[in-house]
Ligand binder design. Structure first.
Ligand code: ITT
Length: 210
């Protein structure tokens, strides 16, 4: 079975990606499944640049297999796009709880439409032949005034989705996957992989049968 290395160490992402890719005829690996590897620095100014940096930087770890990386974050237009690409290290704060506190502090004087926010995810896939493919997802919502719920990870207790009528922190995994930036991007990756694996399958079967 072909390997797909999804180059992330974030446990929340890993859990969601595993669920969204389940059942594919691929062996899914994460960075923690490999011996210690040097971290690729995320020096890009956009999610797309960082996703490409990570996918290219980790591609050599798995010659002959697929390597994917995702860069994502939450964007608040009223804060000039913050936290954006700095979502994982917003204000230098060390954990989700204190980053959420900082976001609430920064938004203390904002109401209504000024609390609009979106999550974005960019996934880059490096194919065994060296080709590079990009998949995107975005979900719009608002930053709640207080954290609600303990599900999900990161900014989920603050991310209120209007048609769901609750924060992602209160949503089930199925609800979040259906609506989220990651759900959209990984479903697009999944259908691409399904199509290439289907094309490859007859060739491989011929080769195996001699
Ligand atoms: P990897 O680079 O190893 O994948 P990371 O956490 O550093 O892990 P990013 O640089 O892409 O990944 O940062 C993504 C951050 O954006 C993440 O740490 C959260 O703070 C936030 N984020 C992204 N998607 C989220 C989601 O679905 N729910 C909550 N927060 C999310």
């Amino acid at each position: 079975m072909t390997d797909l290395l999804f180059a992330t160490t974030n446990p929340g992402k890993q859990r969601e990606i595993r669920g969204l890719l389940s059942g594919l005829p691929l062996r899914l690996l994460f960075l923690n499944d490999l011996p210690a590897v040097p971290e690729v620095e995320e020096t890009g100014a956009t999610f797309e640049e960082n996703a490409r940096l990570k996918a290219r930087g980790y591609a050599a770890l798995l010659p002959g297999g697929y390597v994917a990386a995702e860069d994502s974050g939450i964007v608040v237009p009223a804060l000039g796009g913050e936290p954006g690409v700095y979502s994982a290290r917003f204000g230098g704060r060390p954990d989700d709880l204190s980053r959420n506190e900082l976001l609430l502090e920064r938004m203390a004087s904002l109401d209504g439409e000024a609390r609009a926010a979106y999550y974005e995810a960019i996934v880059v896939l490096m194919e065994p032949g060296g080709a590079e493919r990009l998949f995107r997802g975005r979900v719009h919502g608002f930053i709640a005034k207080v954290p609600e719920g303990e599900r999900g990870f990161g900014y989920d207790p603050l991310f209120y989705h209007p048609s769901l009528g609750k924060t992602f922190g209160r949503a089930s995994q199925e609800e979040k996957d259906r609506l989220s930036h990651r759900g959209e991007a990984i479903r697009a990756l999944r259908s691409y992989l399904e199509s290439v694996l289907k094309e490859r399958a007859p060739d491989e079967a011929r080769e195996e049968n001699g």
